[in-house]
Design a protein around this ligand. Structure first.
Ligand code: G4P
Length: 193
């Protein structure tokens, strides 16, 4: 997605070896007009796939996922990273290990929101090591639902996420694919949309 790549080049900041900071439009402050276009691009790709739900994980996946769900006219569900006192009914859970934070957390979705008739499009802001998306796939499969694909806004292709997910039989569609960082500059590979 050319517009997204241009925005990353303009407003993204490379931190250290492998982190891209995009807090001015995606992970902290949100540019809703860019999100709207992201939603439309994913919707064009999946409008004939029979998607019934969009699933993401809090926090930064929520903004793009809402716009994808809006464009596909289906509900959006976000997995929670901590159980709150209102989650009293059945919940589906998965353990997600964060390489960045070196902690494992339990993510959950109430089981009433997914069932075997669902065909799900997973959306997330970043694909790095793929652990978050793997956890979402596990939860969706526990519900007996089908994962159609995993839609990613920014993929860091030099990390293991895509391989891990594709080896598990999942389809990954990324709007921007970062091949590497060279002297603090982003180098893109060929994106999927
Ligand atoms: P994974 O998400 O692919 O499993 O990889 P990893 O464990 O390495 O990522 C942990 C967290 O760091 C995730 O957010 C992920 O989105 C985020 N992340 C990974 N690489 C980058 C990056 O280059 N830039 C930015 N801005 N974030 C990155 P999280 O902590 O689970 O959630 P949240 O920030 O959405 O609340």
């Amino acid at each position: 997605m050319k517009k997204l790549e241009e925005r990353i080049l303009r407003d993204g900041n490379v931190l250290g070896e492998n982190i891209l900071k995009v807090d001015s439009f995606l992970t902290h402050q949100v540019d809703f007009s860019l999100m709207k276009e992201i939603g439309q691009v994913f919707a064009e790709k999946f409008c004939n796939a029979g998607i019934t739900k969009v699933v993401t994980i809090e926090a930064s996946g929520i903004a793009p996922a809402i716009y994808v769900a809006d464009s596909l006219n289906v509900p959006m569900i976000f997995a929670k990273k901590s159980k709150n006192i209102t989650m009293t009914e059945g919940i589906l859970t998965a353990e997600v290990y964060s390489f960045t934070k070196q902690v494992t957390s339990t993510v959950s979705i109430a089981e009433k929101f997914l069932d075997a008739s669902d065909k799900v499009l997973i959306i997330d802001d970043f694909l790095a090591n793929g652990q978050a998306a793997k956890g979402l796939v596990e939860i969706i499969q526990q519900a007996g639902a089908q994962v159609e694909a995993i839609g990613i806004v920014i993929e860091k292709s030099f990390q293991d996420g895509r391989n891990l997910l594709e080896e598990a039989g999942q389809k990954v569609v990324s709007l921007a694919r970062i091949e590497k960082f060279v002297d603090g500059k982003v180098v893109f590979g060929k994106a999927d949309a």
